[in-house]
Design a protein around this ligand. Structure first.
Ligand SMILES: Cc1cc2nc3c(=O)[nH]c(=O)nc-3n(C[C@H](O)[C@H](O)[C@H](O)COP(=O)(O)OP(=O)(O)OC[C@H]3O[C@@H](n4cnc5c(N)ncnc54)[C@H](O)[C@@H]3O)c2cc1C
Length: 264
């Protein structure tokens, strides 16, 4: 079946075109074009917008706004986003990263969505022409979303407070067994004063490990200090069994890798 591609200069016009049945927004196309090529007949038309703000990274002090069409490669090489380079480089190999966008990553189902795990730990704000939503609200409602995501915004973490790891069987570009991102703030005595931990591949979309976050407060990042967090990190997880790993395996290794992340 022929696939029509329509390009619009503004997000507003592209959003209007998305009202037509069978249309899907085109980011980098690494997932949606693959789906069409593999015979997903629900897709009859692709819509894209070339509005410049979609492809812009703006950094003002510690405030960052990344346009939804910005690629993982552009983030990985940006001079002010070094703290996020590891998470951007976790997405596929170089060819995929040259195409894969931030906007598309927000919609990528597990075992994909590694960069979104980092954005969830950062408590990012997701922007559309209609307004803004916290990334948690956005992820909870994303299945019903038809609006074009225009940007993600967040406060740039200090390098020491942000951690990210991806576990895969094939190095360096295998698909995730799981991924973890955390933003931790420590008091002068080394105890944790605030913690935000996001997990990838432990549900159908990135999720927070709220029990583990709570269990870290007031504790130090030592083997004993993090033990309660490791004991609770599986609360609420519902990973898939897929060709990469079984749900059982993902749950078994999650505390091991959280331990490595926290003690690193
Ligand atoms: C070989 C291969 C390896 C991969 N490895 C990884 C990996 O290691 N980690 C990982 O996270 N992902 C991986 N992916 C998945 C994918 O490349 C990334 O998740 C990527 O970020 C998706 O972005 P995209 O721009 O290509 O999305 P697209 O394919 O363009 O779109 C995906 C979905 O999001 C929607 N969408 C895209 N942009 C917007 C927007 N701005 N507003 C509203 N809806 C939008 C589309 O309509 C579509 O439904 C891999 C893919 C391939 C093919």
């Amino acid at each position: 079946m022929a696939l029509a591609l329509q390009t619009f200069a503004t997000v507003k016009d592209a959003n209007a075109a998305l009202n037509a049945a069978g249309t899907r927004y085109l980011g980098g196309g690494t997932l949606v074009v693959r789906a069409a090529n593999e015979g997903d007949v629900s897709i009859s038309g692709l819509i894209r917008s070339t509005e410049p703000s979609l492809s812009t990274i703006a950094v003002a002090g510690d405030k960052v706004r990344i346009g939804a069409s910005v690629t993982m490669a552009a983030i990985a090489r940006h001079p002010h986003l070094g703290v996020l380079a590891k998470a951007a480089r976790a997405v596929g190999g170089p060819a995929v990263r040259n195409m894969a966008t931030v906007g598309g990553n927000l919609f990528a189902p597990a075992p994909y969505g590694d960069f979104t795990v980092a954005l969830l730990a950062l408590d990012a704000i997701v922007g559309t022409d209609d307004g803004e939503a916290s990334i948690e609200t956005f992820l909870a409602n994303r299945d019903g979303n038809r609006a074009i995501v225009t940007s993600v915004s967040f406060t740039l973490p200090k390098a020491a407070s942000f951690r990210f790891l991806k576990v895969s069987r094939v190095k360096p570009k295998g698909v995730s067994v799981l991924s973890i991102a955390s933003v931790l703030k420590l008091a002068l005595d080394g105890t944790v004063t605030s913690a935000r931990i996001a997990l990838g591949c432990m549900a159908d979309r990135p999720m927070r490990a709220k029990a583990a976050e709570n269990a870290l407060i007031g504790r130090s990042l030592t083997k004993d200090g993090i033990a309660p967090a490791l004991a609770t990190v599986n609360h609420g997880t519902a990973p898939a069994t897929d060709p990469i790993a079984s749900a059982w395996y993902r749950n078994e290794v999650l505390p091991v890798h959280l331990g490595r992340l926290l003690l690193a």
